[in-house]
Structures are given as structure tokens and as C-alpha cells.
Design a binder for this molecule. Structure first.
Ligand code: PMP
Length: 311
């Protein structure tokens, strides 16, 4: 997902030109990964652009910040308004949005109390995150294990955590795969480098939860809600490598990948090498929901054109 610059970035309370949203090389977050972020999407609907599940993402943003004792000097409502203002200012239609808050330059000690906090929200037009997403992706089970939540809480979305994901996806791409699946320290399936995983077995969907050291994805939650409404049985429990190998279908969920079928794991063909029917049903419902075509899911959309007060 390369990015095409947009006109402005929301940076510490104001919209500034893209090229001016810079940080100092001694930013604490750069050295020690002491920052938190979100990934959200804006979709073009018949009523203009709308951010999908903005509140859920921003709630997780504040929860992640709380774990790292990072005080965000704006309220959730202010950041929600800032996000919509950014979408409007850049005339965004289908976009990926990236709020970030981190400890900025103040000390090179590991402690954070002397560091100011910087908050920014950037966005850019979306492109496909994973190659081959439409036909299904080819994945490998990584030799790199997921860090345990008793060291770094996986349910917080912190910058430094992604060195674990980056190594796993580097290894996967080096081996010619699209994406990695990480196992946790107990050898159970955890998640992809940037997405949650779903198994389809006998018409039901199965996914794991926080006890498997995953990020509790907003899209994962959306999947469970859509499955319920579609009358598809959903089971939340530990997922094993055996579950992957005996699955009828497999798919990833995540803001960047949306619903992406998995067609191969380490040479093992899943679902005949093509997207399965349950996956497609959920994928189509998700697509209709994010595009504002399903009234029951309008509650998940924040329309950018709505009048908002000045941030
Ligand atoms: N797991 C990880 C490690 C991720 O980075 C992401 C992307 N934020 C997800 C799962 C999916 O989360 P969400 O559906 O909220 O985007």
C-alpha cells in the first residue's frame, strides 16, 4: 500500500501541508516505538464519503494510549471531527486514514515523562493492501512467533509492536508468499501480520480472541456481527494449525485487507484454491455495509459532509 500524497495532514490541532508534517529525529517514539496508531477507511457512498466505524477505531486508539501512559491532549469527539475535516479538506473518497500519537523529542532516557505528545491524522487514496487479494492470497506459517501479551499487550495497537509483524511478513515475502500467519508462544494460531484470521468449517465461522495474543480487530467484530445477521454460526475459541489445515475456507479480516480469502498455506490448497461461498457471502455483505447500501449498518458510518463544528 504505497501512498499518494494528499494536500493536508492534521498535525497537532491544525491542517498543515503534507510536506510540513515533520517530526524531529530525536522523537522518543522513533527510537523506542512509544506511540500508538489506528488504521481506518473512508468509503464513497451515495451520500458522499463516510468513515467506517470511526468511533470504534478511536476508542481503541485511546485504549492503546492508556496502556502506554500516553496522554492524548484531544477528546475523542475532537479527533472524530478532525478526521472528518481531513476527509473534506482533501476531497477524499476512498481513503486509508492513519491517526497516530507518540512521545516526541524530550529525552533519550527510556522513560517518557519528559516527552511532549504529538498527534497526527494522515490519509491517502486506498489501493489494494495485499497482491492477489481478489483470487485469494498465499500465506505461510511464520517461523517468527507472536510476542506474548504478558510482555506487550497485543490488544493495544502500538508502533513498536510492529517490528514483530514486519519480520514475519519480510520472511513470508522472501519465501514468495503474500502474507504470514504468526503462531503464539503456545503454538496456537494468533493472527496475520496485520489482520485477524477466520476459519470456515461445516458452514460455521471460527475465530480466536484476546487469549490468543491478537489485536481485537474492528473488522473481526464486524465479521461476527454480520455472521449473526446472516444466520451463520460463529464460534470464538482457540484456533490451531490443525484447524487451518482442515478448514473448508479461510479468510483474513482487517481494515486494510477488508475480507481477503486465503487460497493456500505453505503449499496446502484451501477451498479448491479459490474464494469459498461463506467467505464470499460475508465479503459481499461487508462491501454493501461499508458503501452505505444496508440501512441496518448505517450506524457504522460517519459521513464527512455532515456539518461539524470547528476543530
Ligand atoms: N491484527 C493486527 C496485528 C493488525 O495490525 C490489524 C490491523 N489493524 C488487525 C489485526 C485487524 O484490525 P482491524 O480490523 O481493526 O483493522
Amino acid at each position: 500500500m504505497g501512498f499518494t500524497p494528499t494536500e493536508t495532514i492534521w498535525f497537532n490541532g491544525a491542517l498543515v501541508p503534507w510536506a510540513d508534517a515533520k517530526v524531529h529525529v530525536l522523537a522518543h517514539g522513533l527510537h523506542y516505538g512509544t506511540g500508538v496508531f489506528e488504521g481506518m477507511r473512508c468509503y464513497l457512498t451515495s451520500e458522499g464519503p463516510a468513515v467506517f466505524r470511526l468511533d470504534a477505531h478511536l476508542e481503541r486508539f485511546y485504549q492503546s494510549a492508556a496502556v502506554y501512559e500516553l496522554p492524548i491532549p484531544y477528546s475523542l469527539d475532537q479527533l472524530a471531527e478532525a478526521t472528518l475535516a481531513l476527509v473534506r479538506a482533501n476531497k477524499m473518497e476512498n481513503a486509508y486514514l492513519r491517526p497516530i500519537a507518540f512521545f516526541d523529542a524530550g529525552t533519550l532516557a527510556v522513560w517518557t515523562k519528559e516527552c511532549p505528545v504529538t498527534v497526527a491524522i494522515a490519509g491517502f487514496p486506498t489501493t489494494k493492501y495485499l497482491a492477489n487479494a481478489d483470487q485469494g492470497v498465499r500465506v505461510t506459517i511464520s517461523s517468527i512467533r507472536k510476542y506474548p501479551s504478558n510482555a506487550i499487550p497485543a490488544s493495544a495497537k502500538a508502533c513498536g509492536q510492529y517490528i514483530n509483524s514486519a519480520r514475519a511478513v519480510q520472511e513470508a515475502q522472501r519465501k514468495g508468499f503474500d502474507e504470514a500467519i504468526l503462531l503464539n508462544q503456545r503454538g496456537e494460531v494468533s493472527e496475520g501480520s496485520g489482520e485477524n484470521i477466520f476459519v470456515v468449517k461445516n458452514g460455521a465461522i471460527v475465530t480466536n480472541d484476546a487469549s490468543a495474543d491478537i489485536l481485537m480487530g474492528v473488522t473481526r467484530d464486524t465479521m461476527l456481527q454480520l455472521a449473526k445477521d446472516l444466520g451463520i454460526r460463529a464460534e470464538v475459541r482457540a484456533v490451531t494449525v490443525d484447524d487451518l489445515m482442515t478448514a473448508d475456507e479461510l479468510f483474513f479480516s482487517g481494515t486494510a485487507v477488508e475480507v481477503t480469502p486465503i487460497r493456500e498455506i505453505d503449499g496446502h490448497i484451501v477451498s479448491g484454491g479459490k474464494p469459498g461461498l461463506v467467505t464470499q457471502r460475508i465479503q459481499q455483505t461487508f462491501e454493501a455495509a461499508v458503501r452505505g447500501k444496508r440501512p441496518e449498518y448505517r450506524k457504522w458510518l460517519s459521513f464527512a459532509r455532515q456539518a461539524v463544528s470547528h476543530v
